[in-house]
Design a protein. Structure first.
Length: 229
């Protein structure tokens, strides 16, 4: 059996529950990406993309064989958006790092979104959730509102991270608050556990980025480098 076959077929059995190893591995890549994001390292983006590809196959139960036999269109769809936005974020952070980055070694200097940008996020969250709620009503969904909320928030959080907005951590917390009970109900236990951990991790990440921003803007040796276009 080659590595690819093992990756798609291997399961971890805990009592009567079967868990795909690719769900566990995909979430571990996601965790590594989150840690890299908190440290503002460029490698966080490609590492996250690997996890997104693996988790896409996990949540698309209608195509790929999974023990849960559930298709979470929002969860699967967000992996596609993650990959697209992550390629863009990878590019932006790489350019910012090459332009000088932050004095502490981070690729970017975090910043607070302007009030106009915050309003934009709120409006896009509402519009996006409504749109995907409508779309999932057509194609079917495990939970129309929860899937729409998770998908929209995930897109906006990843976009905010690419822009270097500290508020992106708060969007992730809103996503995790809905994502944990949804995943538990659908039987995706490794992802649910990791979402719960992410929720606490995002609180820490928000504090770290806020403090980093305050420290770097008062550091006379720190270049005034934001994420470049």
């Amino acid at each position: 059996m080659n590595v690819l076959n093992w990756l798609f077929e291997a399961e971890l059995h805990i009592g009567s529950k079967a868990i795909l190893w690719r769900e566990i591995i995909g979430n571990l890549f996601g965790l590594a990406s989150a840690l890299g994001g908190m440290r503002r390292r460029v490698w966080a983006w490609p590492v996250g993309i690997v996890g997104n590809v693996l988790l896409f196959t996990v949540f698309l139960g209608a195509v790929f064989d999974t023990p849960q036999q559930e298709t979470l269109w929002g969860q699967a769809g967000r992996q596609v958006f993650f990959i697209a936005v992550s390629v863009w974020g990878w590019y932006r952070w790489s350019r910012s790092r090459d332009a000088g980055g932050a004095s502490d070694g981070g690729a970017i200097v975090p910043r607070w979104a302007t009030w106009g940008e915050r309003a934009q996020l709120v409006v896009l969250y509402a519009v996006g959730t409504a749109f995907f709620w409508w779309l999932f009503g057509i194609i079917g969904s495990y939970g129309r509102f929860t899937e729409a909320w998770i998908l929209t928030g995930s897109i906006l959080a990843t976009y905010g991270m690419a822009r270097g907005w500290t508020e992106f951590w708060l969007i992730w917390i809103a996503v995790d608050a809905v994502g944990v009970p949804t995943l538990i109900d659908a039987g995706f236990y490794p992802s649910a556990v990791l979402y719960g951990f992410y929720g606490a991790f995002c609180v820490v990440g928000f504090v770290v980025w806020a403090r980093t921003r305050a420290r770097l803007v008062t550091d006379p040796t720190s270049p005034s480098v934001e994420v470049v276009a």
